[in-house]
Design a protein around this ligand. Sequence first.
Ligand code: NAP
Length: 287
Amino acid sequence: MKVLIIGSNGQLGRQMQKSLSARGVEFAAYDYPEADITDASSIKRRILETAPTTVVNCAAYTNVDKAETDADNAYRINALGPKILSEICESKGIELVHISTDYVFSGDPVLMNGLPRPYIEDDECKPSTVYGRTKLAGEQFVRQSGAKHYILRTAWLYGDGDNFVRTMLRLAEKGTARVVCDQIGSPTSAVDLANAVCGLIGTGAYGLYHATCEGQCSWYDFAKKIFEIANLRVDLTAVTSEEFVRPAKRPAWSVLENARLKRIGKNVFRHWEEALKEYLGSEMKRS
Ligand SMILES: NC(=O)c1ccc[n+]([C@@H]2O[C@H](COP(=O)([O-])OP(=O)(O)OC[C@H]3O[C@@H](n4cnc5c(N)ncnc54)[C@H](OP(=O)(O)O)[C@@H]3O)[C@@H](O)[C@H]2O)c1
């Protein structure tokens, strides 16, 4: 087995390198511009050089707010990029891991017995942002390509990069933070997501998977837990989405059920609080 990681400088890309190294799996790793998913010749060159059995696409346009006014670029990277990548993988018989998002859903909860239930893989997709629409188009292109593929939809991801946890740690230095309390999701560690990817690679269990840490909370609860674990005194205020308007509308409900991973015995995700404790432990050592 040999893995080619594209988008290797991102949160998941960095973690994939660590997780594959820990397992003794051979890999090559590139980011833009050394490997540009929107440029077929660049990807073909890297594939020829490295002869992978699996390509893991960690590359994406992830600035949800900027995407609202930069839709062409977001589409190029999130939709046309996976199209190019998957068509090349198909022509060479290489399997592809592609990462998608909770933003493919509307964010309106599906009710069961009057209560919101987590989205499952078969639920209807109805993105309400540019980012969500481009990511959904990316999923569709990967499926249409005929490549052997695993698509993992994740959410609220944090790892080595810009993320909510690091933002909260920065705000803690000022002593105050205002955080929305009416958006619910599952904070997901890049460590767990990379473990899930490693667990699928080479199995042939192709298809679409939800891939988030277990449990759910609001961004406010998440911030509260970060400050509690890190033992930081912060004046934390809960605000509503209406009070905290952003260019891209955030989904109110982002909870995904890892239904298919559970069905095949590959749900390696921990509860979000457990994964967060580990992450904060390593962040403390870093600083
Ligand atoms: N972060 C989240 O909360 C979240 C939530 C749900 C789903 N996801 C999905 O999870 C995956 C990994 O996210 P992440 O947080 O690790 O992303 P990230 O940290 O933003 O990393 C994305 C990487 O892709 C690179 N890239 C951009 N355009 C490229 C191109 N044309 N060719 C090659 N590489 C390119 C970026 O480089 P530059 O930095 O130079 O642009 C960056 O290194 C993505 O598919 C994302 O949509 C993320």
